[in-house]
Structures are given as C-alpha cells and as structure tokens.
Design a protein around this ligand. Structure first.
Ligand code: OGA
Ligand code: MN
Length: 234
C-alpha cells in the first residue's frame, strides 16, 4: 500500500526559511563569461570560486535526453492514473513545496520499469530505495530551498524531468553568496551527490524566476521521477 503522503513529505525535506535567502536572491546576477563548453547546464554566481565550480561539476551532472518522447509518454500515462484523484497542495508557509502533489511508487508496468531500472543502474553504484518518488509540480508551483533529510536519504538523488524544463538552484549552506543555477531540460536526468547534495540547499524556481544565462526558461507543469540512495544506516 502506498504510504500516506502526510507521513512521507516532512521526513524528506526541511524547508529553509525564505528570510535566509531572500536578501541576496533579489540581487542575483551572473558572469556572462561562464564556460558553456565545460558545463552547459550550470551557471555559477560571481562569488563561486574555481575549486567550488569544479566540485559542483563533478557532483551535479545533467544528462540530456535520458528518455525518449515515447518513454516520457508511457511514464505519464501510468502517472496520470495514479494522480487522477489527488489535488495540488498549496498551503502552509513552512512547507518546502508550493503547488504540488506527490506519490511514492513501489511498482511500475513492465515498460516503465525498464526505464526506472535504467535510471538506477546509470546513476547509482549501490542499491536505491525501493519506492520511486514522483513529484508533480503545477505550472504555478515551486520548491523552496531545502536539504533532503540525511536520516531518510543517502548521498545520491537522481531524477528525470517530464513535461517541462525547469531551473534548480543550489545555494551553499554556509556561504549563500555561492550558488549555481542548474538547467534541467525536459526528459533529462540529473544526478546530485555528495558535495552538491550535502553542502547546498536545492530548490526549483517558480516560473517567474526561471532564467538561465539571462534567458527566460518557461516552466509549465513538471513531473519529476526521483530515486534516492538509502541512508548509510539502513
Ligand atoms: C524533493 C526535490 C526535486 C525535483 O522532492 O525533495 O528536491 O527534481 N525534488 O523535483
Ligand atoms: Mn529535495
């Protein structure tokens, strides 16, 4: 049986008070001299030093076109059935997410299971948690900066984006002037691990904040299919 959503969500994410980031987020600007060749999907803040850039490049990888349009459709078909009766949640100020519905999916039809297994073997060297987390973010939804709980999630988080591109932002926890925007194209896979996973909060920007290298990235409804490694003790 699927876990009750109310029991799942708070254990994974700890929202960071917006006040902690708002002061600098209004002044975001980026150097236009970034090297597109080395990291086409990462845009670093001006305060990001070379060593940090290099570590982030190694720990936050984007693989474009990880699934085909047909595979995306197959996943969507199965997920629409699952979400049919649930509504988008827009509530509490301290929630990490605004405008979403989500589920924990333990099993998939055979075709989609092949895609999930491909994700698992591509992104993880160890086993992953059995349930796949699916997050359906409405067009006007966004995910606030947070860290996935270290009690319930190990060192690697990997997800496929369906339906829309979006911008993930990683903000260094100790030094918030160090941050990176990550362009997540539709049907791409991201692998966030170690340094990127533990030293940075991550968020998915709302559509009106979705810019990458100065260009608007239109975020519509976006569904992510996410696998996580288990915490070390489990
Ligand atoms: C989360 C999260 C990112 C995504 O659910 O904790 O950060 O790709 N999701 O949807
Ligand atoms: Mn998260």
């Amino acid at each position: 049986m699927a876990l009750c959503l109310a029991n799942v969500r708070p254990t994974w994410r700890r929202a960071i008070p917006l006040s902690a980031i708002c002061s600098h987020s209004k002044a975001l600007c980026f150097s236009s001299a970034e090297s597109h060749a080395i990291s086409p999907n990462l845009e670093f803040s001006p305060d990001c030093d070379e060593a940090t850039k290099e570590r982030l490049r190694g720990n936050m990888k984007i693989h474009e076109d990880f699934i085909s349009a047909e595979e995306e459709n197959n996943l969507l078909e199965e997920l629409e059935l699952k979400f049919k009766r649930s509504r988008y949640q827009y509530d509490h100020w301290d929630d990490a997410i605004h405008g979403y519905r989500e589920t924990e999916k333990p099993t998939w039809n055979e075709v989609n299971n092949n895609v999930i297994n491909r994700l698992r073997s591509f992104a993880f060297s160890t086993t992953t948690m059995q349930h796949v987390h699916v997050l359906d973010l409405a067009e006007n939804g966004h995910i606030k900066p947070h860290l996935d709980s270290i009690k319930f999630c190990g060192n690697t988080i990997s997800g496929i984006s369906l339906l829309s591109p979006s911008i993930m932002r990683l903000i260094h926890i100790q030094r918030p002037e160090i941050f990176a925007k990550v362009l997540l194209p539709r049907r791409s896979l991201y692998i966030m691990k170690d340094f990127a996973r533990y030293d940075f909060n991550h968020e998915i920007l709302s559509n009106n904040e979705s810019f990458f290298r100065g260009e608007k990235v239109t975020k519509t409804r976006r569904i992510s299919v996410i696998c996580r490694s288990p915490p070390p003790s489990s």
